[in-house]
Ligand binder design. Structure first.
Ligand SMILES: Nc1ncnc2c1ncn2[C@@H]1O[C@H](COP(=O)(O)OP(=O)(O)O)[C@@H](O)[C@H]1O
Ligand SMILES: [Mg+2]
Length: 274
């Protein structure tokens, strides 16, 4: 699945991104690129700064300066919706589906946001909007088809099995028509067969022309789907390369993949108990 990216054009350019929370430096001078059409993964131990990087890129955390560029446009200082309008869309680490809305309506809400229809127009179902409505409903159907969720279209979001809820979140993100999709631990909590299904789905999304930046702890998935892996540790990049290179990189093994990771987690747990 990890076919080489068709081109080497940089789409996302992170240049010396630094983020602090009070005394804590969450990201220190972090630089990396994401190339058009690739699946790149950002990995690292808990607390390494992965979600913080996602928050900065997507405007959920405001960062001054000129450290984040997408297709040449500066993202620093833009709001999340402005960044989404430029094609950069993310999912969240925790599930965020509308539990009381149907699967189709979850997607429709995303599509309406993108189409810019005003809520009162939708609610009054004005004729102009009704045309729009059937067009969007067809689009929602296509997205559900692609995510393998068609059979659940009329079920409530909250009634879906966990794995399908996570697929729905990705479907909602796709409704915003991203060109760069950022996924934060999309398979956490999924069982192996749901994870395998999700991996196949990622391939399809990428084949549809969407570049993917993935944060994920499931190493089988990361090594299986990524063209390139970027490793963060304590707010700094310690390695970057093809999955095979990363798997045998001594520093990565020490910090994350090997015993170091277990020890760190254990000591965190101890600290948590103290
Ligand atoms: N809003 C915040 N305020 C204070 N500290 C934060 C905030 N968000 C993240 N952090 C801290 O920044 C560090 C990186 O966190 P995060 O980006 O969530 O790591 P990861 O996603 O790699 O597990 C952690 O030490 C975390 O506690
Ligand atoms: Mg995180």
């Amino acid at each position: 699945m990890s076919a080489a990216p068709r081109s080497r054009e940089v789409v996302l350019d992170i240049d010396r991104l630094t983020i602090g929370f009070g005394g804590l430096v969450a990201l220190a001078n972090v630089s990396f690129d994401v190339y058009e059409g690739e699946i790149a993964s950002l990995i690292g131990p808990n607390g390494a700064g992965k979600t913080t990087a996602f928050n900065a890129i997507t405007g959920f955390l405001s960062v001054s300066g000129d450290s984040i560029r997408y297709r040449g446009k500066r993202l620093n200082g833009l709001r999340p919706n402005q960044i989404a309008d430029l094609g950069v869309v993310r999912t969240f680490q925790k599930t965020s589906v509308f539990a009381a809305n149907t699967v189709t309506d979850n997607i429709m809400i995303g599509l309406h946001r993108h189409a810019g229809a005003r809520l009162w127009e939708i609610l009054l179902a004005r004729p102009r909007v009704r045309d729009e409505e059937s067009r969007l409903r067809a689009q929602a159907g296509e997205i559900l088809e692609m995510m393998g969720l068609s059979a659940h279209a009329e079920e409530l979001g909250g009634a879906l099995p966990y794995g399908e809820q996570r697929l729905l979140e990705v479907a909602v993100a796709l409704a915003a028509k991203p060109t760069l999709l950022l996924l934060d631990e999309p398979v956490s909590g999924m069982n192996p067969s749901e994870t395998a299904r999700f991996m196949a789905m990622l391939g399809r999304i990428r084949a549809g022309g969407i570049t993917i930046l993935l944060v994920e702890h499931d190493m089988r998935m990361v090594m299986g789907v990524s063209d390139r892996v970027i490793v963060l540790n304590q707010g700094a990049i310690i390695a970057e390369g093809a999955p095979e290179e990363i798997q045998r990189n001594p520093e990565v093994i020490r910090a994350y993949l090997g015993h170091g990771a277990d020890k760190r987690r254990a000591s965190k747990r101890e600290a948590g108990r103290a």
